[in-house]
Design a protein around this ligand. Structure first.
Ligand SMILES: NCc1[nH]cc(CCC(=O)O)c1CC(=O)O
Length: 309
């Protein structure tokens, strides 16, 4: 029998873990047979480019283009993404159909020569491809040398093991999913080291007009996470953050449905930050994020804004 749902995903171990999580949840929610959900791994341009920072090659969209095409062609019925890797504008004809409950949002330091950011030797080399992590690390330790660092999580751990860098920074959610959290030597507090918008959340997209798939994904949606993500993505959309601007922020929704958001833009060297805050009902998530975005944008010096592509 043909599978009822085909899930498109990147082929990295983290992406496959996340797709399997959605597969298991779909099967459990609807009492499906195990072979009713098939995972289709799709190689993206972003996966193929290994030799230069993606911010130079065209950015985030590089990881989703081929998957969106497969979705729109009907080769797959839904697609699973790390929410933080989803471009602010989804491809026309696709839409967010579910956001799974968020995992830990924090970043972890994986120290080779010392366990914490503060304990790294003067001038130590920290590998990260994330402008946000680079800027936040420099804000605390201006003496560090940040070098670009790519590849999947295991590749990065291998480079660290070979001593190519003194430390690297990764999302705790990702290394936990891969069973590699024991490598974390410091978990960075989200108030001093705010995460990427969407960090720790898994987003599922579907064809906007596919009522069958969208309804099937309904039970997988976690309201508080979906609201937090809507807020964070609205903030990002107003700032029009190209992947050359370090941007961070986090929305939280409490049990009463009250959403609090803090978002910031940094200079590349972490020396300057423009920060904003907002709060309100989770039902107004996107409005809150957009308002904080406009406020931050209005107070951001032109030279920081010049980094916007
Ligand atoms: N850009 C890669 C990426 N996309 C999502 C995660 C981690 C999982 C998550 O944030 O949900 C990672 C790796 C990392 O940042 O360490």
């Amino acid at each position: 029998m043909a599978p009822s749902f085909r899930i498109g995903t990147r082929g990295s171990p983290l992406a496959l873990w996340q797709a399997n999580r959605v597969r298991d949840d779909l099967i459990a929610a609807h009492g499906l047979a195990p072979d009713a959900v098939e995972i289709v791994s799709i190689k993206t341009t972003g996966d193929a480019i290994q030799d230069r920072p993606l911010s130079e090659a065209g950015g985030k969209g590089l990881f989703v283009k081929e998957i969106d095409e497969a979705l729109l062609d009907g080769r797959v019925d839904l697609a699973v993404h790390s929410a933080k890797d989803l471009p602010t504008e989804l491809a026309p004809g696709t839409s967010l159909a579910a956001t799974l409950e968020r995992a830990d949002v924090r970043d972890a330091l994986i120290g080779g020569v010392a366990p914490t950011l503060d304990a790294l030797p003067a001038g130590a080399i920290v590998g990260t491809a994330s402008l946000r992590r680079g800027a936040l690390a420099l804000r605390r330790r201006p003496d560090l040398k940040i070098v670009p660092f790519r590849g999947n999580v295991q590749t990065r751990l291998d480079k660290l093991g070979r001593g190519e860098v003194a430390a690297t920074l990764l999302a705790l959610a990702g290394i936990t999913r891969l069973g590699l959290a024991q490598h974390a030597t410091e978990i960075l507090d989200e108030t001093v080291f705010p995460p990427a918008l969407g960090q720790g959340a898994i987003a599922v997209t579907a064809r906007a007009d596919d009522a069958r798939v969208r309804a099937a994904l309904g039970p997988l949606d976690h309201f508080a996470t979906a609201a937090a993500l809507a807020c964070e993505r609205a903030f990002l959309a107003v700032l029009d953050g190209s992947c050359r601007t370090p941007i961070a922020g986090l929305a939280r929704v409490d049990a009463a449905g009250w959403l609090s958001f803090r978002g910031l833009v940094l200079s590349g060297d972490g020396g300057r930050t423009v920060e904003g805050e907002g709060a309100g009902s989770a039902a107004e998530a996107a409005l809150i994020g957009a308002e904080v975005g406009r406020d931050v944008k209005g107070r951001t010096p032109p030279d920081l804004l010049a980094a916007f592509g």
